[in-house]
Design a protein around this ligand. Sequence first.
Ligand code: GLU
Length: 418
Amino acid sequence: MSAVLANNPLDDALTQLRDAVDVLNYDEGTYELLGTPRREITVSIPLRRDNGQVEMLRGYRVQHSYSRGPAKGGLRFSDQVSLDEVRALAMWMTWKCALMDLPYGGAKGGVGFDPSLYSPAERERVTRRYTSEISPLIGPECDIPAPDVGTDELTMAWMMDTYSTARGHTVPGVVTGKPIVLGGSLGRASATSRGVVHVALAALAERGFVPSKTTAAVQGFGKVGRGAAVFLAEAGVRVTGVSDRFGGVYNPDGLDVPALARHVDRTGSVVGFEGSEAIDRDDLLTLPVDLLVPAAMESVITAANVDDIQATIIVEGANGPTTTAADRMLRDRDVLVVPDILANAGGVIVSYFEWAQANQTYRWPLHQVEQRLEERMLTAWEAVSTSAAKTGRTLRQTAMITAVQRVAEAHAIRGLYP
Ligand code: GLU
């Protein structure tokens, strides 16, 4: 069922942790503690297909940490899902929440199947059975799932309904990224993309780029990439290349992004968009642009293609798009890499707002959500970029050191039980 990744993202996540622990001078026991998930569960999901046959799927939920609060993180449906991938993604959630100073630990879930090959009714059965299997571990006070690759607000509605039905009352705080009508936050759907563009514009300014004279390429045209392309174009950036799983499109004069979005709504892909040249999906990464936004999957910028990357600023919309080897080579070339735990934190920030609204049973207006999102993104950007400039460390090293220190401190103050 599952496709295997050539690169294990858990190796990258652990190397990033090792680097931070070395700078912080923590002992080996602390590294082990911070690198090991608190809890993980593997569940079997017997799925009755629409044709009556039964297929066994495998699901996971990994709670990496809850030292700073309930575990928090998305649910991914992809044929690439493995336990190690979910472990890496859960760990990155811990650092992301700590860096953004959200009162959460980190978690991630996944089911190993390609949802595009299954009917909506089949996806609903997978979601409900998965939720039921992991339901002893989740809840507004212990672990709060949200959308990720291959899942959406409807998936969250099914999760909330399944969880709530078992409890006999509606529990809106058990998931975030819900439809608005079920208590989803205004501004949640666009939050990750908005956050990516807030920091992308700040990074451009730091390197002396003016948006109207800047070109960008965006990998992925889903929940993150699509909005990122739209908001970059609105800010005046010339978006010249975009790709999805089916292929890529390129126009050196700039793509008409709203028209491209309409084309995708009609056809399901960026491929075939008129007024653009077709490119190979992997060539998107090596286009002659100033800014590159990988907003699809992990481990796409590797030692094999990093030398061909021409962008001088990379803003990681995806989680873990850059392997450790590639990251080191980019640092040597002085390419500014805005790391995932900073760049794509807008989603979990507004998830936090949604959870706070559920707990308050009070809806915030859109302008308040967006203003608070921008404030949090830019405050984190300022802190990380100022500290990086002082120490000469990369943005990733700086962000990781801040996050790991916060988690380690919370853990130390709480102490070991027993
Ligand atoms: N899946 C998103 C992420 O990787 C959002 C997680 C959340 O909102 O809990 O950050």
